[in-house]
Design a protein. Structure first.
Length: 552
């Protein structure tokens, strides 16, 4: 009994001493940096704080010294807060907690330094674990592996791919418009899922040579259903955290919801589907490579196996990982950005008309057939994408880790960063700072991205240029050497959808009983802010984004 009493007393006491020492050590390191310090007494990702911090937030904030630190410890704080906390505590501050300090950066120059110095600020271990679930890839790799993979992957996302994206996106968007206009309810609740369907269908053809007919996207929730490679990747990408940390055999248990059972089956099938797809590419090559992304990766994989080259190769695991990344991340980011953009334009019809002015001018002269001629002239459509990513970034922050002490210049001062530390670039703040974007920084105004060469009539539309933002202030596709390799592809796809849809349609909010157009638009803007992070930022309730499609 004495032993038990000793354990019951000593155990909690040792835990308390360890907690206090860890918090003190990290606080001391943070103070040595010379940066402003916020304190959270618990590890933001530690159990059980991860479970209780949201419901107990009002109680925890009763501790005055911890109030701002508690706020920063809750996932998604930066998108809700925008720039308020950084205005109060500084463009760069450190959140102290017992596990590892977090540096939150909303200074463009510092953000650019962090993104540029990839060796000193490698990818987060957690991000690497999650995104490597189905194989190493260009996002998770560091050092020479990253350089080798990037040299292979990036050149294959070239202008040839862009022209194919333009053609297939136009086809898919036209089918979507037909579908929406022919339905009695105009597909009111299917706008977001339809736009996501275009993104995955384009990737299916351009990436794998597998054409898919248009229909609104629905996640498979039947573990016995036949699923294609893109079906499986879509599901795994949507539930990537579960896929990364929960074994598939647990997800497949009969007590699990059907969606999770289907995820477990999808995880089991993915390696086989990947291998079958690669074998099919090899079997049909006959000495002539097919003209899409996967065929190029297969060729490089085979070159590595035969010793044809030592610099241009990918392992089978790297091929699987990059295919998953290309599909899941490429589809998710573009599909969600399209959903936000169309909803913004429906909620604020003045910007819809502004976009249509350009479309009427450019497409009236050239049509949609010639990518090389038309795409460069659709500057306003591209400005809509930039403005959407400014207010609804695919990633609200970019994380990097610090393994060794680093001296960082912030402003005109040197600051010593001591590990263990995670550096977060706060996109939600950088993208809305009034000092950079103006007093209307929280408003949707795509024209802020436009340089007009003259104030001439609409006939001169197509000659406008896009503003180049301050380095580090806009990270729609990340930045530095690790900038998203699919940036141009996503731009082409986005512009093609916007041009096709709004040249043929007007889109507006659904008026509920007794509702005015103003209140309906306000409801849409509320939905735009009601978001959640999965693989990237998306609507929390996409089917509640109800839009009416009308033929122009």
């Amino acid at each position: 009994m004495n032993y038990l009493a000793t354990f019951l007393i000593a155990g909690p006491l040792l835990w308390l001493l360890n907690w206090a020492w860890a918090l003190y050590r990290n606080y001391r390191n943070a103070k040595l940096s010379g940066l402003p310090v916020l304190i959270c007494p618990f590890s933001p990702d530690g159990f059980p704080y991860l479970i209780i911090k949201v419901p107990l937030k009002p109680l925890l904030e009763l501790i005055p010294i911890c109030r701002p630190g508690i706020q920063v410890s809750i996932m998604g704080w930066e998108h809700a807060d925008r720039y308020t906390l950084h205005e109060k505590y500084g463009r760069v501050f450190i959140l102290v907690n017992p596990a590892r300090n977090e540096m939150w950066c909303a200074d463009p120059d510092t953000a650019q330094l962090i993104l540029a110095r990839r060796r000193e600020f490698p990818q987060l271990d957690m991000a690497t674990t999650i995104m490597s679930t189905f194989g190493k890839n260009v996002i998770t790799a560091n050092g020479e592996d990253w350089g080798r993979q990037r040299r292979i992957v990036v050149p294959n996302l070239n202008e040839r791919i862009s022209e194919a994206v333009w053609t297939e996106t136009s086809h898919q968007a036209n089918k979507m418009v037909e579908y929406m206009l022919q339905r009695p309810d105009n597909g009111e609740a299917e706008s977001v899922s339809s736009l996501r369907a275009i993104a995955i269908n384009v990737l299916s053809l351009v990436g794998y040579g597998q054409p898919k007919p248009f229909k609104p996207q629905k996640l498979c929730q039947d573990p016995t259903a036949v699923m294609s490679y893109t079906d499986v990747v879509s599901l795994c990408g949507e539930l990537i955290v579960l896929a990364a940390f929960v074994p598939s055999w647990i997800l497949r248990l009969s007590i699990m919801p059907k969606l999770l059972q289907t995820l477990g089956v999808a995880m089991e099938r993915l390696p086989t589907l990947t291998a079958e797809m690669l074998d099919e590419q090899r079997a049909h090559s006959d000495g002539h490579q097919r003209d899409h992304f996967v065929s190029q990766l297969v060729r490089l994989s085979d070159a590595g196996k035969t010793g044809e080259t030592t610099a241009q190769y990918l392992t089978e695991e790297e091929i699987a990982g990059n295919l998953f990344l290309f599909t899941a991340a490429g589809f998710d980011t573009t599909g969600n950005t399209l959903g936000f953009a169309v909803t913004w334009l429906a909620a604020q019809p003045e910007w819809q008309r502004w976009t249509q002015e350009e479309l009427d001018c450019v497409l009236g002269k050239h049509g949609m057939h010639d990518y090389a001629t038309v795409f460069p002239k659709l500057t306003r459509c591209l400005a809509v994408m930039y403005e959407t990513l400014r207010l609804n970034p695919a990633a609200t922050h970019i994380g990097r880790t610090v393994h060794e002490p680093i001296s960082l210049t912030i402003g005109d001062k040197q600051h010593l960063l001591q590990p263990p530390l995670t550096a977060y670039i706060n996109n939600s703040t950088l993208h809305t700072l009034p000092e950079i974007w103006g007093s209307d920084s929280l408003e949707f105004r795509p024209s802020r991205w436009i340089i007009t060469p003259s104030s001439g009539p609409p006939s001169q539309l197509g000659d406008e240029k896009l503003v180049t933002p301050q380095k580090g202030a806009f990270n729609g596709w990340s930045g530095g050497p690790r900038v998203c390799p699919g940036q141009k592809m996503s731009q082409v796809e986005f512009v093609t959808v916007i041009a096709t849809v709004f040249s043929k349609c007007n889109i507006e909010p659904i008026l509920r009983e007794g509702e005015t157009m103003e209140s309906a638009s306000g409801h849409l803007m509320h939905m735009i802010q009601d978001t959640q992070m999965r693989l990237t930022m998306q609507f929390k309730h996409p089917r509640e984004v109800r839009l009416k499609w009308r033929k122009r």
